[in-house]
Structure formats: C-alpha cells, structure tokens
Design a protein around this ligand. Structure first.
Ligand SMILES: Nc1ncnc2c1ncn2[C@@H]1O[C@H](COP(=O)(O)OP(=O)(O)OP(=O)(O)O)[C@@H](O)[C@H]1O
Length: 220
C-alpha cells in the first residue's frame, strides 16, 4: 500500500485541535482536543456552565472559534464559507437537541423531507419510512410533531438527526428530562441509530446515568 494511503487510513474521522472560544473577549474557553476513529463514541460530561453546549456548537460549526480547528472527514469546518458549512452540516452531521426543533405546520414526513432537501438531497420516502420504522414510529408518518407524546417527540428528534445518514451525531443532553427507563431507551436508540448509519456519536450531558452505556468519557 502506498504510504500516502496508509497515512490517510490512520487519520481520525473527526478531530478538534486547540479550540479557543469567547463570547465577550473577557472570558475564554480552552477545550481539550478530541479525536474519534470509526466506530468510537464519546460522552462529554461536566458541571453546568463549564461550556458543554458551547463545545457542541463549535463542533457542529454553529459557532466560530477564536482559534483552532474542527475537522470531519478531512474537511476543516471553519475554512468553509457559511453556505458551504450549512450544506456540509446538513449532509454529514446529525444534531439532537434537548428540545426537538420541528416545523409545527408540517407532518413528521414533511419535516423529514425538509431535512433532506435542505442538505441538497432529493426527497427519499423509502429512507424516511425506514428510519421511522426503526424507531417504532411508522404509524406517526402523517402526524404533526406537536401532537406526539414527549417520548415520541424525543424519538422523532432522533429521526431528524439520522435521516440523512450523517457521519457524526452530536447530541445535547438527549436524556435530561427523561426518567430512568426512557433515558435508557433513548441511549440505546442513539447507539443503534449511530451504528445503523455508520456514524460516530458524541453526547454532551450532565446525566451520570449515561456513563454505563458510553464508557469512553471526556470530563470538561
Ligand atoms: N450566547 C451567549 N452569550 C454570552 N455568554 C454565553 C452565551 N451562551 C452561553 N454563555 C455562557 O457561557 C458559559 C457556558 O455555557 P454553556 O451553555 O456552554 O454551558 P453548559 O456546560 O452547556 O451548561 P449546562 O449544563 O447548564 O447547559 C455559561 O457561563 C454561559 O452563561
């Protein structure tokens, strides 16, 4: 094998380097470097206010660092134009927020179609059905998201995150408001969906219950 190819294969799929961020130019966040290879997941824990959501938004390219790099699939997120970055995020990064972001007037199927179109893809009804089926939500295809139960909304949020087969799933406190049983279910579904999409999973949380299913831990 050519040396260049060998080096390429050794490169991590996702990494951050020397990330520094500030909201106000007085307080600075300096984040430890992260490297994930194919098949690895990471749980990022830390006390309230330490900067977990800030780091997640930097990793998603939603915030711009003062300095440092975020690289996914050999693309440096912050070297892209904002339009290219939005497109890249739509194609390769799935975001799971604490409170799901749906378009209220649209059905679940239409919300998922919108996510496909915004990423520059064609509508793929089979993929939408496949994802909803894997989450036990086939029967809610035409339902408006606000008419779903809390637990169903949580699962629908996972559907939005994985429908485009992302390579990286970033989840912000996905289990914070859930009881033990549902927190365990969401953790298992996240793992299963990441595996099925061939995606890396990074979860930020202060929920210590997630330490068992996700032993690879970074403490901020
Ligand atoms: N838009 C903003 N402008 C100014 N300061 C902000 C902004 N967003 C967050 N901060 C501050 O940055 C710090 C880190 O916030 P962040 O939301 O990243 O913490 P966190 O670790 O996710 O906290 P929590 O676990 O409570 O959600 C906090 O002190 C917060 O007040």
């Amino acid at each position: 094998m050519a040396l260049g190819m060998f080096v390429f294969l050794l490169r991590p799929m996702f990494r951050t380097r020397s990330l520094v961020f500030t909201y106000n130019k007085t307080a600075y966040f300096r984040f430890p470097d992260i490297e994930l290879n194919a098949g690895e997941d990471l749980l990022i824990v830390g006390e309230s206010g330490v900067g977990k959501t800030t780091l997640l938004h930097l990793m998603a390219g939603l915030l711009r660092p003062e300095s440092g790099q975020v690289e996914l699939l050999d693309t440096s997120l912050h070297e892209l134009s904002s339009r290219q970055r939005d497109r890249f995020r739509g194609q390769y990064i799935g975001l799971v927020f604490q409170r799901p972001h749906f378009v209220r007037a649209l059905s679940l199927e239409e919300n998922l179609t919108l996510i496909q179109l915004l990423a520059g893809k064609k509508q793929d009804k089979n993929r939408i059905r496949e994802v909803l089926h894997s989450l036990g939500m086939s029967h809610k295809l035409h339902e408006k998201p606000h008419r779903l139960s809390q637990g169903e909304q949580q699962r629908a949020a996972l559907a939005l995150a994985v429908v485009n087969r992302p390579r990286l799933i970033l989840a912000d406190e996905p289990t914070a408001s859930l009881d033990d049983r549902n927190a365990g279910r969401v953790a298992a579904l996240l793992k299963q969906q990441a595996l099925a999409s061939g995606a890396q999973l990074i979860i930020i949380t202060h929920d210590r219950r997630l330490k068992d299913p996700f032993p690879h831990l970074l403490e901020l």
